[in-house]
Ligand binder design. Structure first.
Ligand code: ATP
Ligand code: MG
Length: 416
């Protein structure tokens, strides 16, 4: 079987081969190409040692020399080239204690997690499929290389990867592998939260985010974070057209809220954050994301989306502007999808944007300097007055002019 390789990958493999080393494209890129999917990155595995790899290419980066990985730069793109290796004993299911280099490709393939990820390819040799990876691709099956229980004991993250790949590829998890996942589930708490988070994020950003349910069905959830297990996951709903952005997908999931409080959920008001239940739900989501070490930008956006989830906005420009003013435009658009807001509301927001209505203090025609020039002492009072003006402008965008707002505020009417 012939696989189309990017020219840079061909060059790297060829160069290594010319110098007597074996080299193959390996892992995810072989899997994805055979499935007709576009690989995210091309990894290369070789019998050459890191020093030998570095000697053959002009620009290299020591990405993980102790694990045998050198990044080879080709036309501004990096390609990871890794020496064949055997992962030694895993320490606490976390990191291999030591890695041993080997000259045998099969040993390198055997340490990999699933049969579909354990194939290698080069033009000279064709596909090397020692563990039935092609058959599992055809059967749409996630199956461990060798004994599932043993492989999961070595590195418990693999139990989550199994479900992540099943969601990305729409594959089923093989029975032996599934039973081993249930058995090893508690070991997930030995894995770093960053690694757990990255797999969960990939799962949620896949075509089948609802497969996050399998994290619960396998008994892994309590070992993700303590709160994670308490989510009302069965009620989670992922709109078909929701963008594949991590904050959107996390929000779509976390808005299901805490199972214990779900029953208590009432019809939400037009302004979020009012009901204790809503505040609790957003805080709960934030706690889970913090525990999973998500970045602050994502956490902030999820907090907003969860707080506004389920809100029914009246079809009136001032309330729409008020809501828009509380979040970035991109977050607003995602919220419209998550809340299933109708075309009229979406179009009203579009008109508001096109007109350039003031939606943030930055766009207000008056600033702090203007107020100081009017004799207001610098300090808290400035912020308060700007807030009053901003509220006025949200109701009447046509009032966003310095020559209107200042007299308006300082007139009796404005101060009342
Ligand atoms: P993608 O990059 O699309 O998420 P991938 O299969 O390339 O998928 P990576 O995490 O990039 O996944 O890993 C590259 C390869 O390294 C895998 O295909 C697999 O062969 C091997 N691998 C990665 N993580 C593990 C692990 N925890 N245990 C065993 N093998 C692994
Ligand atoms: Mg990859």
């Amino acid at each position: 079987m012939h696989i189309e390789l990017p020219p840079q990958v061909e060059q790297i493999i060829e160069r290594l081969a010319e110098h007597g080393y074996e080299a193959y494209a390996v892992g995810g890129c072989v899997r994805d190409t055979l499935l007709g999917r576009c690989p995210g990155d091309w990894d290369i595995t070789t019998s050459a040692r890191p020093e030998q790899i570095k000697a053959l290419f002009r620009r290299t980066i020591d990405t993980g020399i102790q694990h045998g990985t050198v990044t080879v730069m080709m036309e501004g793109e990096g390609y990871e080239v890794t020496t064949y290796r055997i992962d030694g004993e895993y320490e606490d299911g976390r990191h291999p204690k030591q890695v041993k280099f080997t000259s045998d490709l099969l040993e390198d393939l055997r340490r990999r997690d699933f049969t579909i990820n354990a194939m290698a390819y080069s033009h000279r040799t064709g596909i090397v499929d020692a563990f039935g990876g092609i058959e599992d691709l055809e059967r749409k099956r996630i199956r461990c290389v060798g004994s599932a229980a043993e492989r999961f004991e070595e590195d418990a993250l693999r139990i989550l990867r199994a479900i992540r790949f099943s969601a990305q590829l729409d594959f089923a998890v093989d029975e032996e592998t599934w039973n081993a996942i249930k058995l090893i589930a508690p070991n997930l708490n030995k894995v770093s939260r960053e690694r757990v988070q990255m797999e969960l994020t990939k799962l949620l950003c896949s075509d089948h985010p609802e497969r996050i349910g399998q994290v619960y069905e396998t008994g892994m959830a309590p070992y993700v974070t303590p709160d994670f297990a308490d989510l009302s996951w069965q009620t989670a709903c992922f709109p078909k057209d929701s963008p594949r952005k991590k904050y959107v997908r996390w929000a779509a999931f976390l808005r299901c809220g805490r199972a214990a409080l779900q029953a208590d959920g009432r019809q939400l008001e037009a302004e979020p954050g009012g009901a204790e239940w809503e505040r609790e739900r957003a805080a709960f989501a934030v706690r889970i994301l913090r525990d999973l070490k998500l970045d602050n930008d994502t956490i902030g956006k999820v907090r907003t989306l969860v707080a506004w989830s389920g809100v029914i906005l009246p079809l009136e420009a001032p309330s729409v502007r008020r809501a828009m003013s509380r979040m970035e435009p991109e977050v607003w658009d995602s919220l419209a999808v998550l809340n299933g807001w109708g075309a009229e509301l979406v179009e009203m927001a579009e008109r508001i944007r096109r007109r350039g209505d003031c939606l943030s203090l930055k766009q207000l025609a008056v600033n702090g300097q203007d107020l100081i020039a009017e004799g207001i002492a610098p300090g808290r009072e400035i912020g308060r007055i700007l807030g009053v003006m901003f509220e006025e402008v949200l109701d009447h965008p046509e009032h966003n002019k310095k020559e209107l707002l200042i007299p308006w505020y300082f007139s009796e009417k404005g101060r009342a």
